[in-house]
Design a binder for this molecule. Structure first.
Ligand SMILES: NC(=O)c1ccc[n+]([C@@H]2O[C@H](COP(=O)([O-])OP(=O)(O)OC[C@H]3O[C@@H](n4cnc5c(N)ncnc54)[C@H](O)[C@@H]3O)[C@@H](O)[C@H]2O)c1
Length: 371
């Protein structure tokens, strides 16, 4: 029997993210020596048969069709929110009011006002809280942040972040929550939130944006689609760097292809998600005979997270980000703080709102300007 104190986990939503987060808690104690033992107590969903089946498959002890039961259970310490964005703020606020720690999937909400209210509720509760920007916990991206901070690219001049998928390309895909802005948020927020978080983390605050958006298939299952299928954004960072973001869900044969790149006065760093164990680095001061980008294998035990995983050369995958996320949080249980917190989730949403406003109004928008 474990002598470690148990931490009760309740997961709201059993879809893709419910599965990923349950996996994270199950594996975290196997890769990291944690001060506590996570226990997957309960999971919720609206479909009784499906949530019961998911509970069995994910190793969760009980299930419910009412998420409020999770929030009200005294043995649940962490409420983990894995439902569509339009439901997040209400669940986070209820969990915070009940004194629970909260992890919420991105984007925190569908607009800044609700994101800020959710972040404030969690801050007022004084319990650990976090937003699910899991890509920060990929060894290669954590290493990229470390190298930027250590000055390996010098002063950042340019930031470039692109996310391409084909999930909305086929006009016959039936309507679901992702096509409704009030439930799924914009593509700027749903896909862009990850890239904006990485930009704020590595480069700093964004001051101004200009953008364009398009929806090519405006009706599905006889319902109106009000979500952008493709958006592109120009950005000016407060520190003077310039940036480009592109979020597109109509790119044939691109499954979830994202890349981020910084170009600075002393070098370039580039990360390409299809090769997620690698980071590319070009040093402007290299001898000219070495001209080009070198491929860093971000699996060396000295690299972030890498020592928890497999011997160099074996690689890790998407699921690892959820294990690292759970391990980081449980390692800081019960006092926290957790990073990135919901305030950072709200900060990212403020930038998303500005990007959406810039596209709708066809002008440069200051991020801090009132909506
Ligand atoms: N971090 C990542 O890598 C990543 C990847 C995919 C999705 N997400 C985010 O995770 C969240 C959940 O996405 P998902 O892909 O797991 O969704 P999903 O459709 O697979 O699952 C959604 C779950 O929410 C429940 N639900 C509650 N209210 C609902 C409603 N009104 N409409 C539809 N479902 C409702 C469903 O029963 C289901 O259990 C979203 O915020 C999404 O943006 C994050």
């Amino acid at each position: 029997m474990s002598a470690k104190p148990e931490v009760g986990i309740g997961i709201v939503g059993y879809g893709l993210m419910g599965r990923a987060h349950a996996y994270g808690y199950a594996v975290a104690p196997r890769v990291r020596d944690l001060p506590c033992a996570p226990r997957l107590l309960v999971i919720s969903g609206r479909d009784e048969g499906a949530v019961a089946q998911a509970a069995g498959r994910y190793g969760v002890e009980e299930w419910t069709t009412d998420w409020r039961e999770i929030v009200e259970r005294p043995d649940v310490d962490i409420v983990d929110v894995c439902t569509p964005p339009g439901t997040h703020a209400e669940i986070v606020e209820a969990a915070a009011a009940a004194g629970k720690a909260v992890l919420c999937e991105k984007p925190l909400a569908v607009d800044y006002a609700s994101a800020a209210a959710a972040a404030k509720a969690a801050a007022d509760a004084g319990t650990p809280n976090a937003i699910g920007f899991n890509y920060r916990r990929l060894p290669a991206l954590a290493l990229m942040k470390q190298l930027v901070d250590e000055g390996h690219v010098g002063e950042v001049l340019l930031w470039r972040a692109v996310w391409l998928s084909d999930e909305f390309l086929d006009p016959e895909i039936p309507f679901d929550w992702r096509f409704e802005r009030a439930m799924g948020a914009s593509s700027i927020a749903d896909l862009g939130a990850h890239l904006i978080d990485l930009a704020l983390w590595m480069v700093g605050e964004i001051a101004e944006v200009a953008a364009q958006s398009e929806t090519f298939t405006r009706e599905r299952s006889r319902r109106t689609v009000d979500v952008d299928e493709a958006s592109s954004v120009l950005a000016r960072f407060a520190g003077g760097a310039r940036g480009v973001f592109e979020l597109a869900r109509v790119c044939a044969r691109r499954p979830c292809d994202f890349f981020v790149e910084v170009n600075g006065t002393a070098g370039t760093l580039r990360f390409d998600y299809p090769s997620l164990n690698e980071l590319w680095y070009g040093d402007a001061h290299d001898d000219a005979t070495l001209y080009g980008l070198r491929r860093i294998r971000a699996e060396h035990p000295t690299h972030p997270y890498a020592a928890d995983w497999w011997p160099i050369g074996q690689g890790i995958g998407y699921g690892t980000t959820f294990v690292n996320q759970a391990a980081d949080h449980l390692e800081r249980w019960p006092d926290g703080p957790w990073q990135p917190d919901l305030a950072q989730g709200a900060r990212v949403q403020l930038v998303c709102d500005a990007m959406e406003r810039a596209a709708a109004q066809r002008r440069w928008v200051t991020v801090e300007e009132p909506a």
